[in-house]
Design a protein around this ligand. Structure first.
Ligand code: NAD
Length: 249
């Protein structure tokens, strides 16, 4: 399929896991992709992999918590590709532990990347998304943006819940401007973000709690993003799409 052949996209956190899979899928669908991340070597590899397959991609180092870096990233996409149609706010970090042992620094760091980064990115891209005529913002929230999970990772839950309602708020604000804004809520997806849980009882629990009885693959989230990015989802805005093997069913 070549559903995104006339689209340009900016994917944050594109060096790894879900972001990498989204960048590869978008490029395979014909989009020109600006891959951004704080991991430079890995991010460059993703852009190189896309180019080797005949796709269009460049990598740029970009910290989503940095307001001025957002201006530079959006300008880079526009100068390289002539505009910006799709923004994927994917970069994220996890936090472990309970409410009692979470320090203020840890809490604020998680909120800064997972929540404030989405605000900064969406605001920075506003003008170009509106000019696009088919702008689409895809925010990667989580099943933990809707449910209380296992009673751990309070900052992550708070941030991902905020992303869910920020998505709906901007969807309404921009509906008449022709920019669609949706969130994807992955369940347990097999990426490096789960590394801290490997070999612990949490790893088994993730599979046990998933009705389909397995972890998801990053490519399965990327397929949902490709749908939301393009015209197949032309009347879909303010929606939350669960890619969770039935976790929240
Ligand atoms: P990952 O660790 O493989 O990828 C996250 C990427 O974000 C990394 O490349 C990392 O370098 C980048 N990143 C971190 N801080 C950044 C910053 N300040 N600026 C720019 N980039 C930064 O993890 P993943 O599973 O692919 O996670 C992608 C998104 O999916 C995250 O928002 C995560 O919360 C969400 N998510 C993941 C799962 C899961 O089970 N894997 C479930 C639900 C939601």
């Amino acid at each position: 399929m070549n559903r995104l052949h006339d689209r340009t996209a900016l994917v944050t956190g594109g060096a790894s896991g879900i972001g990498r899979a989204i960048a590869l899928r978008f490029a395979a669908e014909g989009a020109a992709v600006l891959v951004t991340d704080i991991q430079e070597a890995e991010g460059q590899k993703v852009a190189d992999e896309i180019a080797e397959k005949g796709g269009r991609a460049i990598f740029m180092r970009h910290d989503v918590t940095d307001e001025s870096a957002w201006t530079a990233a959006v300008e880079r996409a526009v100068s390289e590709f002539g505009g910006l149609d799709v923004l994927v706010n994917n970069a994220g970090i996890g936090d472990l532990g309970t409410i009692e042992d979470t320090t203020l620094d840890q809490y604020e760091r998680t909120v800064s990347v997972d929540q404030t980064g989405v605000f900064l990115g969406t605001r920075a891209a506003a003008e170009h998304l509106k000019a696009s005529g088919h702008g689409s913002v895809i925010n990667i929230s989580s099943i933990f943006g809707t449910s209380g999970g296992m009673g751990t990772s309070p900052a992550y839950h708070a941030a991902k819940g905020a992303v869910r309602t920020l998505t709906k708020n901007v969807a309404l604000a921009w509906a008449r401007a022709g920019v669609r804004v949706n969130s994807i809520h992955p369940g347990f997806i097999d990426t490096p973000i789960l590394d801290a849980a490997r070999g612990t009882e949490f790893e088994t629990a993730m599979v046990d709690l998933t009705p389909m009885g397995r972890l998801g693959r990053p490519e399965e989230v990327a397929a949902a993003a490709a749908y939301l990015a393009g015209d197949d989802a032309s009347f879909v805005t303010g929606a939350e799409l669960y890619v969770d093997g039935g976790y929240l069913a």
